[in-house]
Design a protein around this ligand. Structure first.
Ligand SMILES: [Zn+2]
Length: 158
């Protein structure tokens, strides 16, 4: 019988966001601050422009001058509205997270879930497209009946 390694699973360890290079958090910003800071958006554009599948943990340094929030701040605040800048397989992904009453929801769907075009309810198809704001890939909610990715015709919320 093989002895089990004690170190295989240590749930008390804090998550090491740089350990898994497939997916890691670059920075977290309050949405209002992010949208109000053109220099910050420009820094993200420069990251996104570096080319596909090439965002590395060290690139988080480029965002440090803009004072990103720590993960612990997210846990302490009962209500927050933030953008998480992630690298997923080397691509820059900007994810909108809303924390209300201590419960975090990632990329909340548009209010009412009603399609602007055909007024279908309950549509929950999530797609990714490139943000015109900062070049990040952003998740958007689309109606499965009439959705094609037409960013110029849609009110993109994220
Ligand atoms: Zn529709």
């Amino acid at each position: 019988m093989e002895p089990r390694k004690e170190s295989e699973k240590r749930p008390s360890d804090p998550p090491d966001l740089t350990a898994n290079h497939d997916s890691f958090t670059l920075a977290i910003f309050p949405v209002s601050r992010y949208l109000g800071d053109a220099a910050l958006q420009q820094a993200v554009v420069e990251l996104a422009d570096r080319g596909r599948s090439d965002i590395k943990p060290a690139d988080a340094r480029a965002l440090l001058p803009f004072h990103p929030l720590g993960q612990e701040v997210l846990k302490e605040k009962p209500d927050m509205d933030v953008y998480c800048l992630l690298s997923v397989y080397g691509n820059l992904v900007r994810t909108h997270v809303v924390v209300a009453n201590g419960v975090a929801r990632t990329n909340p769907p548009p209010e009412g879930y009603v399609c602007d075009s055909c007024h279908a309810r309950g549509w929950l198809k999530k797609e990714f497209q490139e943000s015109k704001l900062d070049g990040a890939n952003i998740p958007v909610w689309l109606c499965p009946d009439c959705s094609k990715l037409k960013p110029e015709e849609r009110d993109v919320r994220f």
